[in-house]
Design a protein around this ligand. Structure first.
Ligand SMILES: [Zn+2]
Length: 354
C-alpha cells in the first residue's frame, strides 16, 4: 500500500531534478550509442520520479568493509555499482556499547543506542531467548520503530532475515510488520522471497538481513577464502535486487540503504570486541531513486568523520548503522522514530539527486 499523498511533503528536488535530468537525457541521447542512451534515459526517468517512495534496508551481517576494497570492482561488481552510483562511506560505525548482531539490528530499526538506562533499547542479548519477550520489556519503557511509524501512517512493511532471533521484531511491534520471512542461514531463499514481494506488494519499508558473511566468518575466519566466497555470493544476491530495481516499473521509486551490524577481525572468528576497529567499522551506502554519487559525509555536514576511532555518544556523531531508521523515514517523507537518538533532529540525508 502506498502512503497517502497528503502525508508526503513536496520535495523541491523532484521537480528541479526532473528538468535537469531531461536535459541530461537529451545530451546522453546525442552522444551515446542507441542502446546505452535508451538505458540511460530509462534510468534518468526512474530517478526523476519519486512520487511513491519505497525503502529497502539491507544489512550484510558481519561485513567488514575492507573486503570491498580488497576484492574490488572485479570481485564484487554489484556492491561496487552501488558505490559508483550511490552516496556512501566505508567509515560508518556500529553501536558503541556492543558489536553484536541483535543489539545492532535493534538500533537500526529503532534509531536508539543500546543502554536502556540512557534511553536505549536494552537488547543486549544475541540469541533466541523469549525473555524478555519484547524490545519494550528489555528497555523498561515504550520503544517505537521504523516499522511502527510507517504502519501508524497507513504504510506497509516487511522483514526478511536469515536468523530466527529476528522474530523479536514482529513480537515487539505486532501488526506493524506486515510480512515476516525467516529462513535460517538461507540467504538465497530470503532474497527470492523479498524480490517477489517487493515487486508484488508495493511495501513502503522492507528490511532484509543476510547472514552468510557472519556465518562463514565464525566458521572459517574473517577475510579467509571462505569469507571472500560468501561475500561474493552476497554480491550476486544484492545484484539480483539491483537488477529488479532498474527493470521493474513498480520499483521506480525504490531507494536501497545498505549497512552492516558489525565487522569482524581478520584472521579470527570473532567480532565481539567493541574496541577493535575491525569490529566497529561498517559501510553505509544509499543507492537508487533520488540518490546521486556522493560521499555521505560531504552531503551531511552535521555528521563528523570518525577517523579511525569509535566516537562516544557525547557530541557530534559519525554516520552509524543506527541511522537506518530515521534516514529511511526521511526518504518516505515521514517524521523520525519517537524517542530515537540517531538523526532525530536532522536525519541523515541520502537523496541528493537535485
Ligand atoms: Zn556473529
Amino acid at each position: 500500500m502506498a502512503l497517502p499523498a497528503a502525508l508526503l511533503p513536496p520535495r523541491p528536488w523532484r521537480r528541479a531534478g526532473a528538468v535537469l535530468l531531461c536535459v541530461a537525457a537529451l545530451v546522453a541521447a546525442a552522444t551515446l550509442p542507441v542502446a546505452a542512451a535508451d538505458a540511460d534515459r530509462a534510468d534518468l526517468a526512474r530517478r526523476a520520479r519519486a512520487d511513491d517512495p519505497q525503502v529497502l534496508a539491507i544489512s550484510l551481517d558481519g561485513l567488514n568493509p575492507s573486503v570491498l576494497t580488497r576484492l574490488g570492482r572485479a570481485g564484487l561488481p554489484h556492491l561496487w555499482r552501488m558505490l559508483d552510483e550511490g552516496a556512501w562511506t566505508l567509515e560508518a560505525r556500529s553501536q558503541v556499547e556492543l558489536t553484536l548482531t541483535l543489539p545492532n539490528h535493534t538500533s537500526m530499526v529503532t534509531g536508539r543506542r543500546v543502554d536502556r538506562r540512557r534511553g536505549g533499547h536494552g537488547v543486549t542479548w544475541n540469541d533466541d531467548r523469549r525473555r524478555p519477550r519484547t524490545v519494550q520489556r528489555a528497555a523498561g519503557h515504550p520503544v517505537s520503530s521504523v516499522f511502527s511509524v510507517v504502519a501508524r501512517r497507513g504504510g506497509s512493511t516487511a522483514l526478511y532475515s536469515t536468523k530466527t532471533k529476528f522474530s523479536l521484531f514482529p513480537r515487539s511491534w505486532p501488526g506493524a510488520v506486515d510480512r515476516t520471512v525467516i529462513r535460517e542461514e538461507d540467504d538465497a531463499a530470503v532474497v527470492a522471497a523479498a524480490r517477489a514481494d517487493l515487486v508484488a506488494a508495493d511495501r513502503d519499508f522492507t528490511f532484509l538481513h543476510l547472514g552468510a558473511a557472519d556465518q562463514v566468518g565464525h566458521a572459517s575466519g574473517w577475510m579467509s577464502p571462505a569469507y571472500d566466497a560468501a561475500v561474493r555470493r552476497l554480491d550476486h544476491l544484492v545484484g539480483q535486487v539491483l537488477a529488479d530495481a532498474r527493470r521493474e516499473p513498480a520499483l521506480a521509486d525504490l531507494t536501497v540503504l545498505l549497512t552492516a551490524d558489525h565487522g569482524g577481525v581478520p584472521g579470527t572468528r570473532d567480532h565481539a570486541d567493541r574496541r577493535r576497529r575491525a569490529d566497529y567499522r561498517v559501510p553505509f551506502v544509499a543507492w537508487g531513486a533520488g540518490v546521486a554519487p556522493a560521499d555521505v559525509y560531504a552531503i551531511n555536514p552535521g555528521y563528523v568523520r570518525p577517523g579511525r576511532r569509535q566516537p562516544d555518544l557525547a557530541g557530534r556523531q559519525p554516520v552509524r548503522n543506527g541511522d537506518v531508521a530515521n534516514a529511511s523515514l526521511r526518504l518516505l517523507g515521514l517524521p523520525p522514530v519517537p524517542g530515537s537518538l540517531y538523526g532525530k533532529k536532522r536525519p541523515l540525508e541520502v537523496a541528493n539527486a537535485a
